[in-house]
Ligand binder design. Structure first.
Ligand code: SF4
Ligand code: SF4
Length: 206
């Protein structure tokens, strides 16, 4: 029947409205901001940049590869790559972003930046109270405003963050094993190389 869905929805609303006077279970709203509904783990609002350790600048996982900048549908990520490099979490020298801004007045919370990042460097935050009177500058967040510790990531998405930590730890072990094997191969090659002949000694004349 045409409009059946609307009628069903309105009946449910009416049932909750009347029932809320006699049962707390029917009270589906809270008096925000005094009351808050706990945030669920898979909630997503805007992206943030993950860093490891105590120093956000030294520990940012982002290597400024700019994949997220290219893939972001509304093009609201702005990255400048460094000229020098710093070690990443496995000790490999990598570029880093000297500028990493996200215009959250444009961001549509699609999470594509998170999905394409090969370095587990960008994740979705659950923080939604970001209202500001400065509609333009106030909503253009820079890398310092976007940086959040791995501990914070664990506090909002515990299962996902634990899985990421596990993956990164495995990668670290693989890289260390590869480096050890390469060092052993180089040492074996050096040991097997033929030694140069000692210089010939001159014989005396009569
Ligand atoms: S969540 Fe989507 S729109 Fe927002 S910065 Fe990431 S890719 Fe861009
Ligand atoms: S957040 Fe990830 S995808 Fe984006 S630039 Fe940094 S490392 Fe690359």
């Amino acid at each position: 029947m045409l409009g059946e869905g609307i009628l069903k929805g309105m009946a449910e609303t009416a049932k909750n409205f009347a029932g809320s006077f006699v049962s707390g279970e029917r009270l589906t709203t809270v008096e925000y901001p005094e009351q808050r509904i706990p945030t669920v783990e898979n909630a997503r609002v805007f992206p943030f940049l993950v860093y490891d350790g105590p120093d956000w600048q030294a520990g940012l996982r982002c290597v400024a590869c700019q994949i997220c900048e290219k893939e972001c549908p509304p093009k609201c990520i702005y990255i400048d790559k460094s000229a020098d490099k710093k070690p990443d979490f496995v000790g490999k020298a990598q570029f880093y972003p000297t500028r990493f801004d996200i215009d959250i007045s444009v961001c549509m919370s699609c999470q594509i930046c998170v999905e394409v990042c090969p370095f587990e460097a960008i994740k979705m935050d659950t923080q939604f109270e970001l209202a500001t009177e400065d509609r333009f500058g106030g909503l253009l967040l820079d890398r310092e405003q976007l940086a959040r510790s791995n501990e914070y990531y664990h506090s909002i998405h515990p299962a996902e963050a634990a899985e990421v930590d596990h993956r990164l730890a495995e990668e670290k072990v693989k890289v260390a094993a590869k480096a050890k094997a390469a060092a052993e191969a180089a040492a074996a090659k050096a040991a097997a190389a033929p030694r140069p002949n000692p210089p010939a000694t001159a014989t005396g004349g009569e």
